[in-house]
Design a protein around this ligand. Sequence first.
Ligand code: ADP
Ligand code: MG
Ligand code: MG
Length: 904
Amino acid sequence: MSHRLVYSFEEGDKGQSDLLGGKGANLAEMTRLGIPVPPGFTITTEACKQYLLDREVPLELEIEITKALRNLEDKIQKRLGDKDNPLLVSVRSGAKYSMPGMMETILNVGLNDQSVLGLAKQTNNPRFAWDAYRRLIQMYGKTVLNIDGSIFAKELEKLKISLNLNADHEVPESALKDLVGIYKKIILEETGSEFPQTPREQLDSSIRAVFDSWNTERAKLYRRRERIPDDLGTAVNIGAMVFGNMGSDSGTGVCFTRNPATGASGSYGDYLQNAQGEDVVSGIRNTLTLEDLGQIEPKIFDELHEIMYKLETHYRDMCDIEFTVERGRLWILQTRIGKRTASAAFRIAAQLVDEQIITMDEALLRVNGQQLAQLMFPQFDNKNAPEPITRGIPASPGATVGKAVFDSQRAKEFADRGENIILIRRETNPDDLGGMIASVGILTSRGGKTSHAAVVARGMGKTAICGAEEMNVDEVNHRASVNGIDIFEGDFLSIDGTTGEVFLGAVDAKPSTIVKYLLHGITDATKDQVADDIELIRAVDRLLRHSDRRKKLAVRANADNGEDANIARKFGAQGIGLCRTEHMFLGDRRVLIERVILAKSAEQRESALAALLPLQRADFIKLLEEMDGLPTTIRLLDPPLHEFLPDISDLRVKSALNRERNIVNEEVEALLHSVELMHESNPMLGLRGVRLGLVSPGLYELQVGAIAEAMAELIIRGLNPKVEIMIPLVGSHMELRITRNAAERVIQKIAQENKLDLPIEIGTMIELPRAALTSNRIGPVADFFSFGTNDLTQTTWGFSRDDVEAEFFSRYFELGIFTISPFETIDEFGVGELVRIAAERGRSVNPNLHLGVCGEHGGDPESIHFFHNIGLDYVSCSAFRVPIARLEAGRASIANLNAATTDK
Ligand code: ADP
Ligand code: MG
Ligand code: MG
């Protein structure tokens, strides 16, 4: 296994990010393109892995570094540590996936007490040389020697105050010399050793520090959160330094080939004169815009724009570029595909198509469902929003306004008064559940995307921000403070779970223009909008329509009534995948179902059922009218009957009170008796679904009758209803056979009465492992399978969602047992495997069987790709997620096409 561990920038290319890291691969690519990159070399991720394994730098690596360094020195005619003409280098981390702020960079390596004089002489700029030296000691101290960075920063501050100066670049040479002395003393005091004067020692320790930074706690945490594998390692890039801190004809900047925030075309960036490295992003001085740079250095500005154009057309995407100007000469230090907001992603993708840089298929791969979801949430009106008082980790999206409350009890009291509240906690635990349910939003000062607060909030669809670390939460005294602002109970707060921003006061939220477009069409939505919004709406429209052309999976919606169906259809649903009939028995109708349940004779029962029939029929007529021409799956009653009866403890209290007062209330006693009979210790696994249908004579027949009559009526009215009846919770083919036969008899009867054909499909949910495994026996009896992946997840794992999310999921995330909740993204290996098996076995016995998913996974991007790949026919999700599913279904087929072509 003899492979090289070091490559010069002239050798690699952008395809080698596995080996050279993203930064290294792109430096090599730019070098190849003839873009002015300071020369250098990259130590591979393989070398890092080997180092992390052996805890020492392999000998071959030391040799290769020596050779590469020699080449570099020859190329630019300077030597590391030379007292007259020293070479200085930067030592930079760079993993395959960018991990911003996670790992380290050390600049100006190679300076010591001798070479600083050489640098001063050679550049004729002693102030600059001492500035570079103090920066090296500072960065080296912090990064390599792990000294608290604020110790250095404080000394610099002290110095500036004593000299009455505001900015770093105003500090004169003599003071910088003093500062170097002070910094060296700090190093000696903190570590017991002198700042190393040997450049190679500086270099080697810096390389080791970069390797080690792969395994810092925060880097590990970041990777877990971003799902980046732990075993990739980081490359190290060593490059000749160029200096933006040589005076006002020098500077450093960051630019984007398009605006990464809005997606507006045209370059965008910041520039800082007389500065080095991170100065530009650290906010120490106000930066200039690119236009300002155009005024100061027109030639540099033109050259930069040429390079931007070259990079963007080469990478065929928006690029993010770091550059430095050294005495009127431009150097490019880094590029990568730029991160962008959701709206920028859509706009840029469409622009690149129009500029003939990418195809529509590629454009579709440049956006995703997550981004579309972001665009569909209401947003705070940025123009009118105040500055955020702090930021946290955006844990559950949405824009929410409410009153601050600091404990669950108070939360419930506020909510009972009908007030919207935001629950603020240091972190949450299962005891806070009541408070979380009572709030519209949750804000914590600790924890990340997988903390208890985050997991539960997402499960409940509530806005949440976690880990707002600047905020101090005083739960005892019901207050919080952040950046000098106090928040008391009852104060209005606005939180944006999409950006992580927290605002004081009630900020106006504006409804999403994209939702408006989906509901009312493009003409309506673009009326009276600003140009930016119009461009965004058009981009979304184009990409969604293209996705519809490409997708193989149909997208249906879960909708229980006519109104939801109407919205779902506007959002592009191609049918209803799940209409739950439960709600049809609630509200005013509860008494009717009570009568069914409590009926003492067949007669009583039938009359009670007969009263329900017209109501059910009316519901179905409304739903089927809305969905005219599109398949509509109606599920027969699923939950346990006692859910329709009053609460058992309420009844017990009533009965006891009656007894005390010697009152006889037969109704209460009868109800209590029935409820007690039906009481189950584990209702999720009890008498529900098809079991209920089998033991409650007439119930399913009633529903089937109502469906068939509704269908008949619509056909007579000239409509085209397409009905599918779904039997829930089947575990044995016999359950389905018996239920199906009964249903067919009812349908047949109604068809004959109306002298019509009623071609109703009858199928089943697959939501029990046994159903999946025996699907070759169930398949012949079913016209379709619909995977109820929520219940299938619960029954496969053997846990109930409500209990686990609050109780132990966050711990499971910490332990790495889950990286994502199996209720959010389908567990491919377990639950997904059951789906795959059922699809395969079902189809093998019944080639006409059609297959869909009606659990919430049907709206989850990753799960949709999985369902596409195993060849299902459709996914069904809540109306709001239909556009997201449409987009992801299209992306899944293209991603597949791509895979197919690369295989060949
Ligand atoms: P990050 O990955 O955090 O962006 P970088 O490795 O890009 O870190 O470097 C940090 C800063 O140092 C950047 O502003 C970069 O432009 C600057 N820098 C890196 N190498 C050099 C160099 N050879 N000459 C001048 N500045 C450099
Ligand atoms: Mg960088
Ligand atoms: Mg179910």
